[in-house]
Design a protein around this ligand. Sequence first.
Ligand SMILES: [Zn+2]
Ligand SMILES: [Zn+2]
Length: 361
Amino acid sequence: MAQEKVRIGILANKNLQEINFKVIGNGAFISDQKSTWISSENSNIQIRNVGGMIRFTSDTVDVSCTKISLQAGNEGYFQVQLTPQSRKLKYGETLEIKVVNNQLQIVNVMMIDTYISGVVEAEGGPNHELEYYKAQAVISRTYLLSQFYKHIDDGYNLCDQTHCQAFNGLPKHEHIMVNSAEQTKSLVIVDENANLITAAFHSNCGGRTNNSEHVWSRPLSYCKAVDDTFCMKMPNSNWEKRIPVQEWTRYLQSKKIESSDSANFAYFPGEKEVYYREGDTKVPLVTIRKDLKLKSTYFSAHQDGNEMVLIGQGFGHGVGLCQEGSIRMAELGYGFEEIIHFYYTGVKIIPYQYIAFFKIE
Ligand SMILES: [Zn+2]
Ligand SMILES: [Zn+2]
């Protein structure tokens, strides 16, 4: 992988017909492939889809073309606010814009680490320790390189949605996010065969992570259940949900579990289970979680009058790295490599440039 740059399809779910950017910093270079103009600092530029063509308007230029590219000046960026209520987003380096499927397609071309710093903030949340962000940076770089051609038919590498990895442009907390990318430069996670791993993560495992095969039916050698005490007193460690008794029994009946059985009204699995069992019938807890929109598969249930009270632990699928456990580990002084090795069994952290050498051997 010689590329140092990455192409990200941004605002990919917005069905954009028109977008307005403000030029921040030392002006910007605008090019329609024939000519190049300069847009000055703090100028506003407007890009519209007019009958499948790009109509570009700024203080000095008004042009129609098939494709336009905007290059930010040194330290500069393009600022956009999609609605008066939404937050201002900043995009750096280069934007390439054309009309695809009768809407604007915007591709942000940037250095890999610029992209990583934005993903770390979007996926990792604000106000945590650097070592936690460094673990997130290595995970997002691993994902990027393992999925580098996911959107190749669309003309870019990844989109900015959770379909790939969330990316909302340049990070607000710029310093720590950029550090997380730079201080882990090139590092990715590989398994014992030197293949990039599927670096799954979730918010809170509830005290024990899950084997991947119990959630996605695909075993991954490095996603093995581990006991995790680090996440126990974090914001997403506990939840409660109340469901009308009727709804609960109707649901169990739909899964061929008899509602008359008193066990259904006092469900205490003790440890983390894969199935909800009643006699010979078993229902995968991942199915129950999805159907009843529960935060996790790790819960007990008891009856309280007309309601069933579900008391649960954790938030998310529970496979791979537990974010809130990692946040706590970083607070306690663990380094990003220790965090990664704690949640992913038997992996190695190496610069991605080494992968080719491993493969030749
Ligand atoms: Zn995508
Ligand atoms: Zn955990």
